[in-house]
Design a protein around this ligand. Sequence first.
Ligand SMILES: [Zn+2]
Length: 99
Amino acid sequence: MYIIATDCYQCNEKLNVAVISTDNGNGFCGPESFTQKEIKLAENNGVIIQMRNSWTKQKDYNANICLHCKVFVDRHFLFTEYFLEVMNGYLEFKTVDLN
Ligand SMILES: [Zn+2]
């Protein structure tokens, strides 16, 4: 799991987001696919995860939340703005062991 230290795209306050790199798909999964244990792990590392409704998906799912303005990071946004930036070395992050 990567804990990415970044700024909120809406309010510019500090924001920690969690993603997990996987071996399938596009190599990435966000909080919508986290297990309860993984959510706890993320929360223990300063990430806030809450259920949100997405207009693109028609159903509730877990997402990274900004503590300050309560905006949530959409899955697509999480991938393009955070995960890819980490892979490209543009953002600070730490790695947390899942086990
Ligand atoms: Zn914010």
